[in-house]
Write a protein that binds this ligand. Structure first.
Ligand SMILES: [Zn+2]
Length: 495
């Protein structure tokens, strides 16, 4: 039973299509000019957030709500077959192995089936059996994946809701494709992104820009057991915010638990730069996060930065409680499916009537907001008491962009983080011991001078030095600090 929408946007019923043939709409030409050149109509867009009729379906498929699965797989005798659910029978006869899998918790009618000559490594988290099915020549990161699953379950069951299955499995597949994807208690994971590249902890510690991507991807996919497999967005704008953005945010909580905030900040800086680069290549329309139309640079890149900045400003409790309440209201339920707007509404309740927090939610979710903060000059003078005066001249602006990238300046009056450091933040072996001063200061549009008194000789200073905001240029937020000349006019020495 399948209803497809054809290229003209009209419905073809399943009788005309049987046996079912389909194609991925992702492969359609996106560029409006090229579509016009080939005589095609403009690409179909997603239903808007205001279109309540779109809440009748979730965004993965239109042929089923939540289902239970009963799948029997037959393969050659020396392979292990895997499908969603638990093994209820497993027999080998006449050179064939036949295994039957059933689920008890409801799942999406959206699954994968594997069969391969696997090696299996097992682990445990409370009552949940963990397993990685892999090629025996590719065991480098297998223990790391088990550990990432364990920490993920610690964090997600504590912050969100219980896990719905008794088993969680990762399955290596060949590098024909380069992704990992979460299905009910099953994550196919390409060898190219998780198995054949060895993450070397000692090397990563020396070159501290390296992020443990295996743990990040594993945590992201485990997080989808909540964000897609407990709660699934309506087939409309914003749907992937509830799955991809939330899975990325959840994975960052795991990364922070394992590696601390500095690693997360380094990762987010890469995400920020990627978002800024990618939005320039948008061919249809950049949309606010709450209206994302399955645009990866928005739901992954911008989403991760936005959620982490939100958490920084309103507190982790408020963010995670809003996510938890969304699960309470919508997990495993059929239509009407949840909208990004339902999360934003809960978030607004959780942050209360703090006007700065309410305005921040508008900026992060409902608008395309960019900042442009930079250090113009940072100087220091030794004082008679052997402490140091620091003078930081900064410039800041806030901009709202429309879908085509046209920007309008908005008045800025917000608290920014200001930092003074003995080493450059986020680079090399920078650590918390390099933080000399770190505080929040009110910042307005335009140029202003901030002064601080610190105990140690400073080397670097910056405004939003960890790039927590979506700043158009992440490179100019921090500057080397120079000695002020006697006249008070300093020699400029930006990076
Ligand atoms: Zn994902």
């Amino acid at each position: 039973m399948l209803t497809e929408i054809n290229n003209n946007g009209t419905f073809i019923n399943d009788r005309e299509l049987a046996p079912v043939l389909g194609f991925s709409r992702d492969s359609l030409l996106q560029d409006r000019n090229r579509r016009r050149r080939y005589g095609l109509e403009p690409e179909q867009r997603m239903a808007t957030l205001e279109d309540d009729s779109a809440r009748g379906y979730h965004y993965l498929r239109h042929d089923a709500d939540w289902v239970t699965a009963d799948i029997t797989v037959s393969t050659v005798a020396d392979q292990i077959p895997i499908a969603p659910g638990y093994v209820v029978s497993d027999e080998t006869a006449n050179g064939r192995r036949t295994t039957r899998f059933r689920t008890d918790a409801p799942i999406m009618q959206f699954f994968s089936i594997q069969s391969a000559d696997y090696e299996v490594r097992r682990g445990r988290w409370n009552d949940v059996e963990l397993a990685v099915y892999y090629d025996r020549r590719h065991e480098y990161n297998v223990d790391r994946m088990i550990q990432a699953m364990q920490t993920s379950f610690d964090v997600f069951t504590r912050e969100f809701s219980p896990f719905q299955f008794r088993q969680m499995r990762i399955l290596e597949f060949p590098a024909y494709q380069q992704f990992a994807q979460s299905f009910a208690n099953t994550v196919p994971y390409s060898e190219s992104i998780g198995f054949i590249a060895k993450f070397d902890e000692a090397l990563a510690a020396r070159e501290s820009d390296r992020v443990d991507f295996v743990t990040y991807v594993t945590a992201h996919e485990v997080a989808h057991q909540w964000w897609a497999h407990q709660l699934i967005g309506a087939d409309m704008q914003g749907s992937t915010m509830l799955s991809e953005t939330f899975a990325s945010y959840s994975a960052l909580l795991v990364m922070e638990e394992l590696y601390g905030p500095d690693q997360v900040r380094r990762f987010l800086r890469v995400e920020l730069d990627n978002y800024l680069r990618s939005r320039g290549g948008e061919v249809i329309e950049e949309l606010p996060l709450m209206r994302v139309e399955n645009q990866p640079y928005i739901h992954y890149r911008k989403g991760a930065v936005a959620m982490y900045f939100l958490r920084n400003e309103v507190g982790e409790d408020a963010v995670n409680r809003a996510m938890q309440r969304l699960l309470e209201q919508y997990a495993f339920r059929g239509a009407p499916y949840p909208r990004s707007l339902d999360f934003v509404t809960l978030l607004r309740e959780e942050v209360g009537d703090n006007p700065a927090h309410q305005a921040l939610i508008t900026d992060l979710f409902e608008r395309i907001t960019l900042y442009d903060a930079r250090v113009v000059e940072a100087t220091t003078t030794r004082r008679a008491d052997n402490r140091w005066d620091v003078s930081l001249v900064v410039e800041a602006r806030k901009l709202y962009a429309d879908g085509e990238g046209a920007e309008t300046e908005a008045p800025l009056d917000e608290a920014f983080e200001i930092g003074v450091f003995s080493a450059e933040p986020g680079r090399g072996a920078f650590s918390s011991s390099d933080v000399i001063a770190f505080e929040r200061r009110p910042i307005r549009s335009g140029r202003q001078t901030l002064t601080l008194v610190v105990d140690r000789e400073p080397s670097f200073a910056g405004i939003d030095p960890y790039n927590k905001r979506i700043d158009r240029n992440s490179e100019d937020n921090v500057s080397a600090v120079t000695a002020a000349t006697p006249s008070g006019a300093a020699r400029s020495q930006g990076r």
